[in-house]
Design a protein around this ligand. Sequence first.
Ligand SMILES: [Zn+2]
Length: 376
Amino acid sequence: MKLASTIALFLAAATLGIMAARAAMSPPASPTDPTGMKDINRKIEKDEKGKKDDKADPMNKAPMYSRSAYDVRPLAQTRIDELAKKLTPEDAKVILKKGTEAPGCGTLLDNKKEGTYVCKLCGLPLFGSESKFNSGTGWPSFFKPFDPDHIRYEKDSEFGMVRVEIMCTRCTAHLGHVFEDGPQPTGLRYCLNSASLDFVTKGDELPAASKPLETQSAYFAGGCFWGVEDHLQQVPGVISAVSGYMGGKTKNPTYKDVCTHTTGHAETVKVTFDPKVVSYSTLLSWFFKIHDPTQLNRQGPDVGDSYRSAIFTADAKQAEEAKKFIEAQQKSDRFKGRKIVTQVDDVAKVGQFYSAEDDHQDYHEKHGGSCPLPER
Ligand SMILES: [Zn+2]
């Protein structure tokens, strides 16, 4: 099909899709929905601002890791060129030249199998079968991405209308567009070209490029978790830092429960890290830099056992390292005459980590006042 007629069909189908959806539309996604259109527009604004602030190479500003532990650093153009050699001319037209395949013709439109849709160019997982739905537009449609960090958005003002283009975060392959007429819970319709995707059936081995990094977890309590989370999140090699509660007697504690200092939980930060980039012992030394391990059941103005200093070890190797680290620190000049009171206990003994309420996640980022890491 000629390009012009393909575009005309695409626009017509997109508009029809919007009209049909408006007629029987469920309420729009809530503004707090992390995958809602407001969120996407904020992301676009932030990216555009980032490009202005860093004219040298805006790509370098992208996060290194996605929430689901994939390396999403932008690929170099030479690597993209190399990967592009395997594409058919039809696929290359869509992926590299922002083309649109004819509606109703894509190979994955009617695919109802369970599995993962990955980027045809670089292999990054982009959508899961659980979010696929029949939009009636003739293109594979999804209501949310596999991971919000795997999709890059850009305003597309071509053909006299403003649309939001979607691309692969890692290799910038063109995928399609996103519209506000999808089903709940997001209210979004990610409209895809089959040409941009490969499908991996559930149970089949994912190709190496589609696998997440092998990560490890560590748990640190050192006073108010807002600051501990903020600091540890900045350590290179840390994929995520999550505020929560650990080491207490009750299940599913809330912030209010823990504030009573009767449940025994400590405000704890769960760190997921890439052991190829940062070692557990490096994390231990950062942890001791950002809090005072000699204060018993308090940290500065915050008093009570929920603010105690603790390391909850995930396995015997971590337990051994933590013990040796504390012994060495105790002998150092920094702690001369001051006793380290950090509790070291195994996760298996103290029980699971419970994530804190959303209000307490990324607190400093949301409210400003983020503190840089101290000098090492
Ligand atoms: Zn890609």
